[in-house]
Design a protein around this ligand. Structure first.
Ligand SMILES: [Zn+2]
Ligand SMILES: [Zn+2]
Length: 642
């Protein structure tokens, strides 16, 4: 007999050699029907695998990430079979599951695959799936594996097999199709009910541009047609919400190849928006005891050697700038922290002065490969809403909690209400990767966990994801489409105070080391604006939006009165526009709706004669004819309420 422990901790004994799926059936037939993959003692297994030792069994459905992974991995086998049957002579290479679906890299020889082929491939995959073939794993000797692929003249697979040792090579069979594979499948192809080929792109064999370029065929599959439909709808909505499109429409920012890729150019409306975000944060930070500092865009190479950033990132950063006479070397600032350490070092602190909190909207530059750049979310120059807190060890808990509070306040004011936290700790088996004393690491990791628990954050822990200099807490925000974005970070650092020899005089009159906290609620202004635009589809909160109200006179006769209304509104510090084009009223209203301005004021004869306005909100709420004073109260209340 063997003892199997399930995820909930329950234990049960079974006869040796019992299949995973039979254990699931023993729990309940209905439950077993939804099980599509499993892991045993932390290793992926097939649901048909027989177990013959004690261990922990995890059973996955489509709703688990592991379940999806097995589903998409298995779908890539079906894709490979379909391609082999449709385009005889193609050579298959690798085909993994990815975050959303799967791909297969294929050498099509001279055949060019385009989106015209997608229908055909999808139909073939579905017809294979319907035949309900079981996925079956088998071990194969290295010799036989090489022989198999020699027959197919597939040197790619032979190269992969040559990297494996005899005894660890397995094949997966389904239908008449065989692939080199490590395992992790759904029970059979019949579960795959809906398939979409989403894209084709070039990809070099083994990601090396000296090698042959292959065709990467991307796809996604689902156990229900309804799920595919939802996915496609979401994709369409995401396209509409693309911040690059909205940013252009709202005249917020632009890019120029002459200036350089990944270097956003902010337009006047975008600058106003940024300024409002900055002012909002400056005000909140001032209340929380932060002081503003400004540091230059470049720093001496020695500074980053001292901080350790050069050792870690030097190779991947922009190359240094040399002064012509002295031959001094400068780097574009990749981080603000070393500069802030030197500000701290510019005077002597006693324990009574701590915590010291320096904040800066600091622009930093980091090299990203051109292929990685994307709108405002992946850029080469960006402005962090950065701050560094220098405190004593016993202030760490409170400071960390205060930073969480400030971050939550920011999210709340911006309508980002669906978030979780990810806490990144050391990989316990790889401790040489990290700089600093083990004991202080433990202390800071505990401080983060304690603060997260006390603040009731919904968090998960990732071991091995900590930065080399300290553990951290990242806020992940889910947007309106359920997509996850990484936003603000809070990071404890015992390392930089050491490297910069930061000290303060303690109660005991001796010299002590402060602890440093790095934090940025927005992350970067660029990325934050992008996420806001995509989350709100451009309908920014009233306090933040570029134009809060637009005045639409229904004929030229009311221009004078409309201008008077505009002046009064602007005097009340409300951002307003006057649409004095000679267009029809319905056209003006439609354009105002499209430009997502929250309020519309319509001025006609009645309004003009009675010294009133007619007010409508974006989305159609009609307030009727009201006094301007009432409009001020409405807008004031709406801003206060969020
Ligand atoms: Zn496989
Ligand atoms: Zn920092």
């Amino acid at each position: 007999m063997i003892t199997i422990t399930l995820k909930d901790g329950s234990k049960k004994s079974y006869k040796k050699n019992i299949a995973v799926i039979d254990i699931a059936k023993n729990i309940s037939e209905g439950f077993a029907r939804n099980i599509i993959s499993a892991s045993f003692n932390g290793k992926t297994v097939e649901v048909s695998t027989n177990l013959n030792e004690n261990g922990v069994l995890e059973l996955y459905t489509w709703d688990d990430n592991e379940g999806k992974k097995a589903f998409w991995h298995s779908s890539s086998h079906v894709l490979a079979q379909a391609l082999e049957e449709l385009y005889p002579g193609v050579k298959l290479t690798i085909g993994p599951a990815i975050k959303n679906g799967f791909y297969y890299d294929v050498d099509f020889n001279d055949h060019l695959i385009t989106d015209k082929d997608f229908d055909k491939i999808e139909s073939k995959m579905i017809s294979i799936s319907r035949e309900k073939h079981d996925f079956k794993m088998r071990s194969v000797s290295k010799n036989d594996a090489i022989k198999f692929y020699k027959k197919l003249s597939n040197d790619y697979k032979i190269e992969l097999i040559n990297d494996l040792s005899d005894g660890e090579i397995t094949f997966c069979d389904h239908s008449k199709f065989t692939d080199l594979c490590k395992g992790g499948h759904i029970p059979n192809t019949g579960i795959i009910k809906a398939v979409k080929i989403t894209n084709v792109a070039g990809a070099y064999w083994r990601a090396n541009e000296k090698n042959k370029q292959l065709t990467r065929v991307y796809g996604i599959s689902f156990p229900k047609q309804k799920l595919l439909n939802e996915y496609l709808l979401n994709l369409k909505e995401a396209k509409k919400r693309d911040h690059r499109v909205i940013g252009k429409k709202l005249n917020l920012f632009t890019f120029s190849t002459k200036v350089g890729s990944g270097l956003p150019l902010w337009l006047p409306k975008g600058v106003d928006l940024r300024k409002r975000l900055e002012d909002f944060l400056i005000k909140a930070q001032k209340k929380a005891g932060y002081e503003m500092v400004i540091t230059p865009h470049i720093g001496n190479k020695e500074l980053y050697i001292t901080s350790g950033h050069y050792e870690k990132y030097g190779e991947d950063s922009f190359q240094s700038i040399k002064t012509p006479k002295e031959n001094e070397e400068f780097l574009l600032k990749p981080m603000n922290c070393p500069h802030h350490c030197e500000i701290y070092n510019s005077r002597k602190f006693s324990y009574r002065d701590l915590p010291v909190r320096y904040a800066e909207f600091g622009t930093v530059y980091r090299y990203e490969q051109s292929g990685e750049l994307h709108g405002l979310t992946r850029v080469r120059g960006f402005t962090q809403d950065d701050a560094h807190i220098f405190c004593s060890e016993d202030q760490l808990d409170k400071e960390f909690k205060d930073v969480i509070d400030l971050t939550l306040y920011v999210f709340n004011r911006l309508g980002l209400n669906n978030f979780s936290a990810q806490i990144s700790l050391r990989d316990p088996e790889n401790s040489e990767k990290y700089i600093g004393d083990k004991k202080v690491w433990e202390k800071s990791e505990n401080a983060i966990l304690k603060a997260a628990k006390e603040k009731n954050l919904n968090f998960n822990i990732k071991y091995g994801e900590a930065a080399f200099y300290g553990p951290k807490l990242d806020f992940m925000v889910n947007d309106a489409l359920g997509r996850e974005w990484q936003l603000g970070t809070i990071q404890v650092d015992y390392n930089l105070p050491e490297r910069f020899d930061l000290t303060y005089r303690g109660k005991d009159n001796l010299s002590h080391r402060p602890v440093m906290i790095h934090r940025a609620p927005f992350g970067s202004l660029e990325r934050f604006v992008a996420i806001l635009l995509e989350n709100t589809a451009g309908n920014l909160p009233l306090w933040l939006t570029p134009n809060q109200v637009i005045i639409l006179p229904i004929s030229d006769k009311y221009q004078k009165y409309s201008k008077k209304v505009l002046n009064l509104i602007e005097n009340n510090e409300i951002r307003a526009l006057l649409d004095n084009r000679s267009e029809t009223t319905s056209r003006k209203i439609r354009d105002a709706e499209l430009s997502k301005i929250p309020f519309m004021i319509i001025i006609g004869e009645k309004e003009n004669d009675k010294d009133m306005i007619s007010l409508r909100s974006h989305g159609g709420k009609d307030y009727g004819m009201i006094k301007l004073e009432k409009f001020f109260r409405i807008i004031e209340k709406e801003i206060k309420d969020v």
